[in-house]
Write a protein that binds this ligand. Sequence first.
Ligand code: ADP
Length: 454
Amino acid sequence: IHEDERVEAMLKELEEEFMVSDEKMRDIIKEFHQEMDNGLKGKESSLPMIPSYVTKRPTGKEKGSYLALDLGGTNLRVCLVQLKGDSTFDMEQMKYPIPAEAKASTLFEFIADCVEKFLFLHKVPVDPSLGYVPCGFTFSFPVNQTGIKRGNLVMWNKGFSVPNAVGRDVVNMTQDAFMRHHLRVKIVALVNDTVGSLMTSGYSFPNAQMGIIFGTGTNACYWEKASKIEKYNGDDKDSIDEMVINMEWGAFDNALKLLPYTPYDNKLNRKSPNFGLQSYEKMISGMYLGEVARNALLWMIDRRALFGGRSSTELNTGYGFDTSYVSTIVADESADLEEVRVVIELSLNIPETTLKDRQTVKRVCRLVGDRAKKLSAAAMCAVLLWRPELLDSEEGVSVGIDGSMYQFYPEFEESLIEESKKFLGEERASRLKLVLSKDGSGVGAAIVAMIATN
Ligand code: ADP
């Protein structure tokens, strides 16, 4: 009994540390607005608020055949997208795992190789009126965009290190490789993956206002009124009504002032190669949730409050507890927590567990996941409340969302909806529609390519 009480007290302590109160949510929304405002004005802000140069909404009537490239962290996807003009599309795609050699040096050759193979395999025709295949390029690394098809690489992350690339134009480097391979492909648009997600939902839902990724990382973009983007100085400044802004919201609160940082977050942050950066992302996204949970579980193990004090090589290894385990564990509703047992005993190699152990692990995982859900909702609500008139309109607002956290984490979508009722009000929340923009980066890149060439 005494032992049970001790474990319970520790869990209570974790509960308090991971709690995000409604009041905290309101503070976060307020701070988001302040930082959005600063970022748009070009003042110091944790939100970079990057102009995307995308200024026209899709109508659904777009038609034509476009190549789309999607360079993520692990795969290059090459897609041929057929926009059919009736808000629907067909897509053929191939996924090419990016080899270590490409990540370290030969990336642009590798991209050209894959595109060459794809064009051959799918017999992609050159547009006779253009003399080339138009291509949209989704590039999920930080880019300082200077035009719809221009942008300089700010830095590599996700394990990439191709030399002589930082500071140079990403489209030029890729286009040069295409030339060396004699490919008649022209990149006409450089697109962030969140923008792809927004454009994809916009193709089917004219009221799409925001695109979000809850995947390896997290980020969002939205339609902003041109008059609000004070820092934008493009030639078209006076003729455009609105533009998509890439928020890079994973960086929110990099000054570490507002979020509920626990010792488990601080440990992750100190050991990460990007200490003090991507603060919001570290509490929300797939890359990090498992690691925060692992740190909290080790705290209990080290105090013999879990597994009789035993750990394993897997649990002792940084990032050895994948976020997909957190999902599986939280989803297990069975009385004896059989799925939880499989994860802990088979995947994590803890020889045997008691029901009490499994219940404890589930509670810890739920705390980490619940916090991620709340913070995700706070960020989404902040952006929606930035332009409340859209929520008040009859058409309402659609949000295009992609990523494994949104797709697979238990009740992630339900939580976004429940929280938005609280912070937007029932009435406005009833006019909010969340849509999965699956493979949005491919289709979205094709749509931006279409808009850019017409
Ligand atoms: P990306 O953002 O790189 O395009 P994904 O959206 O597939 O790719 O996200 C991959 C991330 O999602 C990885 O960090 C992985 O740990 C995490 N993940 C994979 N499966 C799940 C799951 N079932 N629940 C939650 N997170 C998951």
